[in-house]
Design a protein around this ligand. Structure first.
Ligand code: PLP
Length: 428
């Protein structure tokens, strides 16, 4: 494959955009090489600026669950655009998408729209602090909730230590209120709560982790968190930015039958436009401005084009619950195919999968938290990534990401992907 135009565009971009990208993982730093510039996409395929085609497993990092340029979403946006792109006033479509989201997701009665997953999580935590009158939060090492200061806290070794910032610009003052816990380790969470009695406003978690590769909750972890939160007056926040409307109509709450107090959304809910949202019951949501004291706002929040894309997407997903079975079956097929060829080639690996989220960890044994995920062999991953790219399969350029399966993928595409893995496995 030739990447002449992508390389030239990257060189040009680097002069005016830090690192040539507007979000760091796109820069290929973790895998080496030059990022590929995409010019268009349709269904399960991307086309780059050099006219190379790829089967896409990134899918804009999650939103494109029905494939790229999905016609009802495109049509909805085009029609809305003709009527003006932003008014900064209430619009009917905001209520329509809110009603639909509330009807699809369990345990929520009101929803507020924002412009990104980061905003959703940041606002959810502020709301939890305002509602409980407490400052500290628990997050899990390896979980990503966007780039708001409170979440950019590196994994500490001790269970009950204060977090320390892992990005310059995050103050110690902020970091000290974020307590780090180990994913899938309920005793660790208990210890942290015990050591900070009466001080913790909320626990925020990716109910299926997707940002340390895919890691499912094990041994009723979510149920146990629910019980701990209820017993200690702590709000449980499910960050369903990845899992919302993806694992089921009602997301992880529905799939695992666990109630969260606040739920965050992003990605799928915007149909590929910049949208996030957070939701809860009436009592909690009444703490939000303008009816309550917790301030939160946005010039472009509820933007008509974004709402049109999101509404069209949710309407499609709401039509037919069968889509979730189809997605899970496709993911299982891929899982089995990849496992078979990696085993044939004696490549050490562990594959984690929930619904339409799947990751190949080049690690031995169970991968159930950040520590076990980080033990994966990054050199193997780099070779795998570039090998797959040269075979026309685009996976995320980092070992700490999930592959997203879309309904646009055919079984022929999945077979092509498995053949690509077979070819690449020989080179690892
Ligand atoms: N939460 C989760 C679970 C995510 O995966 C992400 C982004 O990948 C975010 C929050 C942040 O969303 P955004 O990038 O839209 O700000």
């Amino acid at each position: 494959m030739s990447y002449i135009r992508s390389s030239a565009l990257f060189a040009q971009a680097e002069k005016v955009i830090p690192g040539g990208v507007n979000s760091p993982v796109r820069a290929f730093k973790a895998v080496g090489g030059t990022p590929i510039f995409i010019k268009e996409a349709k269904g399960a395929y991307l086309t780059d600026e050099d006219n190379n085609e790829y089967i896409d497993y990134i899918n804009s990092w999650g939103p494109m669950i029905l494939g790229h340029a999905y016609q009802p979403v495109v049509d909805a946006v085009v029609e809305k655009t003709k009527k003006g792109t932003s008014f900064g006033t209430p619009t009917e479509i905001e209520t329509q998408i809110a009603e639909l989201a509330v009807s699809m997701v369990p345990n929520i009665e009101m929803i507020r729209f924002v412009n990104s997953g980061t905003e959703a999580c940041m606002s959810a935590v502020r709301l939890a602090r305002g509602y409980t009158g407490k400052d500290k939060i628990i997050k899990f090492a390896g979980c990503y909730h966007g780039h708001s200061d409170s979440f950019l806290i590196q994994a500490g070794s001790g269970a009950v230590t204060f977090g320390s910032p892992n990005s310059p610009g995050v103050t110690q003052g902020t970091a000290k209120d974020t307590l780090l816990a180990v994913y899938n380790d309920i005793d660790n969470v208990k210890q942290i709560i015990e050591a900070n009695k009466g001080e913790i406003a909320c626990i925020i978690i990716e109910p299926v982790a997707g940002n340390m590769g895919c890691i499912p909750p094990k041994n009723n972890f979510l149920q146990q968190l629910r019980e701990l939160c209820t017993a200690n007056d702590i709000l449980l926040i499910f960050d369903e930015v990845m899992t919302g409307f993806r694992l089921a109509k009602g997301g992880a709450q529905e799939l695992f039958n666990v109630k969260a107090d606040i739920v965050c959304f992003g990605k799928v809910i915007g149909g590929g436009l910049p949208v996030g949202a957070f939701a809860a019951n009436n009592e909690i949501m009444h703490y939000l401005a303008p009816i309550g004291p917790v301030y939160q706002a946005g010039t472009l929040s509820g933007n008509p084009l974004a709402m049109a894309a999101g509404l069209a997407m949710l309407q499609e997903l709401n039509k037919d619950g069968a889509i979730y079975n189809r997605l899970a079956e496709k993911t299982e097929y891929l899982h089995k195919g990849i496992a078979e060829v990696l085993n044939q080639n004696n490549i050490t690996h562990t594959i984690n999968r929930v619904g339409s989220m799947i990751s190949v960890h080049f690690a031995e044994g169970e991968v159930l938290n950040f520590e076990t995920s980080a033990k994966g062999n990054n050199d193997t991953f780099k070779k795998f990534f570039h090998g797959m790219l040269s075979q026309g399969v685009y996976i995320a350029p980092s070992a700490f990401e999930t592959w997203f399966i879309t309904d646009a993928l055919t079984y022929a595409d999945l077979d092509k992907t498995i053949s690509a893995v077979a070819a690449v496995a020989k080179t690892l």
